[in-house]
Structures are given as structure tokens and as C-alpha cells.
Design a protein around this ligand. Structure first.
Ligand SMILES: [Ca+2]
Length: 332
């Protein structure tokens, strides 16, 4: 049976059992530090949301992809994502938040441009954060059960956020539980969110400095290296021996994403093979891997270890390349 058929046959439990299921979560919530008062204030207000179950079903169908399908070109994606409006807005935020960004960069080693590159991609700098009620979505998805372990944990994390003072009405986001300006899941918020403006609260739902400090902290923990640029646009000679450059490493996560990267060579070794840097000159001993997202004959990119921290935020080469290119365009 194909995965798609299995997904379509998944039967949701009846909505009538929803409140009983939530009540059964009390011991777990208590263990995490949620008070009875908070639990009793929130849970009776939650109702089953069939819309998010439908969206979750659609997504599970999309996951079934043909591994032999042709790979889509990057250029149209880039044109949509790294557009003049988004670049201009990024520069506006950079100007207005320059002091906060300088402090965040000094502390985390993540450059302002890369922070803004992620911020612009996730929510257009806080403009589009999603309007699904977080606790309602997560409780429904947990009850539905296709990915209960994930969503039950996120629901309980969201309850902990409320316990610690996050305003219930501010917790809105995508149907799948990503909230606020940086689109963090609640568990990510609890682990990594930071206060960027010094008021003691990491208010990623309405504060840009907090959002940017949180994005930077995420990337820092994911391995973004201070002073190591994410990557470089390059021209590749027609005769480049690509078979010799194939990676022999199989990534345990996001296998298809990492498969598109060559093995690592130094910048000097790439130059010796005829690769020309279109802009920027990395140190000769910097380790870089090649991706050709539009195929031979088009602009390619040499990627650093810091690029992989961006992949940790969202494991897609198009996303990470586009974030890096938006970053470069904003600070250019
Ligand atoms: Ca704050």
C-alpha cells in the first residue's frame, strides 16, 4: 500500500472525545509546571477544529513524492522570494533596528543580514504571522493523532508558555503551530527564544527585537559560525568533473537536501578547478560545498558550514539559498 493510500484511510477520532482527551493530559501538564488554574482556564475554551485536520491530511498526501521527478529550477523561486519590495522592507528594518541588530550580532555571531533574511522569509518581517488559534490547532492535531507525539508535546509546551505569562490571545500562527514573527513551535520558543529589547520578556508575537534575537540564537545554536559567510555565487566551468565531486556522505536527516551538495573543498581548490567567484572572496582555506540549483551553465553556489545552520531552520535548499541571497541584497 502506498503512503498516500494509507494517509487517505486515516480515520479521525470522533470530535465528541476531544474534551475527554484534553482532560487526560492534566498529569503531563502538571509535571511540566502548568498550574491547575491555568489548565482549567484554557481547556474548556478549546474546541475541535476540523479545518486543521483537513490541512494536515492534505500535507500528508503531498509528502508522497516521486523520487525520480525532475527537480524544479531555483530561479523562479528566487525571483518570487528575493523581490525588490522584500529587500526594501529589510533595509527599513535594518535602519530602524540597527542598534538592536548590532548588539545581537556581537553576542551571537549571526550577521544582521541573515537574521533579516530569515525574518523576511518567515513572516515578511512580522507582517504575516498566521491567525490560527495556537492552542486550538495544537490540541486538535494532538487529538487527531496522525502525529500525536509531536503535537501533544507542542500543545503542552504552549500551555507552559501561557503559564509563564504569554498572553493567550497573542498565541496565533500557522495551522501547524508555528507562532509569532519567527514562526517558532512552542517547544522551540521554550528552548531558544530570547529577549532582544531588555524588558525581560521574549515577546516574539509582537516585538521585532525579540524576534530577531530569537532567530539569531536559533542559528547560533544550530552552528552558524561567526565570520563565516553563508555562501558565494559562482560560475562553474563547463568541463567541471562533477562525478569526482560527488559526496560520499549520507545525511541522517534531510537526505535529499544534502544529496544535492558536492563534497567539501577549500576555496583555493575550487579556484584551481576553474570556479570563479562572482562576488566576495573567501579565505583560501575556507571549506565549501557546491550546489547547482539551476543545473550546469547557470549560476551555482559554494556553501559554508553556516549555510547548514540556515537549513536547520527550514531544511530546503531553495529556502536557505533564498535567505542568504536576501541577506546579501539587504546589506549590500
Ligand atoms: Ca522583550
Amino acid at each position: 500500500m502506498s503512503g498516500m493510500a494509507a494517509a487517505q484511510m486515516t480515520v479521525s477520532p470522533a470530535p465528541e472525545g476531544f474534551q475527554g482527551y484534553l482532560a487526560s493530559l492534566w498529569p503531563k501538564a502538571q509535571e511540566l509546571g502548568v498550574s491547575r488554574a491555568t489548565f482549567d482556564r484554557i481547556v474548556p475554551t478549546l474546541t475541535y477544529n476540523p479545518r486543521v485536520v483537513q490541512l494536515d491530511r492534505n500535507q500528508s498526501d503531498e509528502v508522497v513524492i516521486n523520487p525520480n521527478a525532475p527537480v524544479a529550477p531555483f530561479a523562479p523561486y528566487r525571483a518570487r522570494q528575493v523581490n525588490p519590495t522584500r529587500i526594501a522592507m529589510g533595509r527599513t528594518v535594518l535602519e530602524r533596528e540597527r542598534a538592536h541588530l548590532a548588539e545581537i550580532e556581537a553576542r551571537t555571531g549571526v550577521p544582521a543580514g541573515v537574521i533579516l533574511g530569515i525574518y523576511g522569509h518567515e513572516t515578511n518581517y512580522g507582517q504575516f504571522t498566521g491567525d490560527f488559534d495556537l492552542l486550538r490547532s495544537l490540541s486538535t492535531l494532538a487529538y487527531d493523532g496522525r502525529r500525536r507525539a509531536l503535537f501533544e508535546g507542542e500543545f503542552l509546551s504552549a500551555m507552559v508558555m501561557v503559564e509563564r505569562g504569554a498572553p493567550r490571545e497573542a498565541l496565533t500562527g500557522s495551522w501547524a503551530g508555528a507562532i509569532g514573527h519567527p514562526q517558532f513551535l512552542p517547544s522551540v520558543y521554550l528552548r531558544l527564544a530570547q529577549d532582544g529589547d531588555g524588558d525581560g520578556v521574549a515577546a516574539i508575537w509582537n516585538n521585532q527585537a525579540d524576534a530577531m534575537a530569537s532567530i539569531a540564537h536559533y542559528l547560533q545554536v544550530a552552528g552558524y559560525r561567526r565570520g563565516e559567510h553563508w555562501g558565494y555565487a559562482v560560475s562553474v566551468p563547463a568541463g567541471l568533473n562533477r562525478a569526482d565531486l560527488a559526496t560520499n556522505v549520507t545525511s541522517p536527516r534531510c537526505r535529499r537536501v544534502f544529496q544535492r551538495h558536492s563534497r567539501w573543498l577549500t576555496a583555493a581548490e575550487w579556484r584551481a578547478r576553474g570556479v570563479v567567484f562572482q562576488r566576495g572572496e573567501p579565505e583560501p582555506d575556507m571549506m565549501l560545498s557546491l550546489i547547482e540549483p539551476d543545473g550546469p551553465g547557470n549560476t551555482a553556489y559554494l556553501l559554508s558550514g553556516s549555510y547548514r545552520a540556515i537549513l536547520d531552520y527550514n531544511c530546503s535548499n531553495f529556502y536557505a539559498l533564498s535567505v542568504g541571497l536576501l541577506a546579501d541584497a539587504i546589506v549590500r
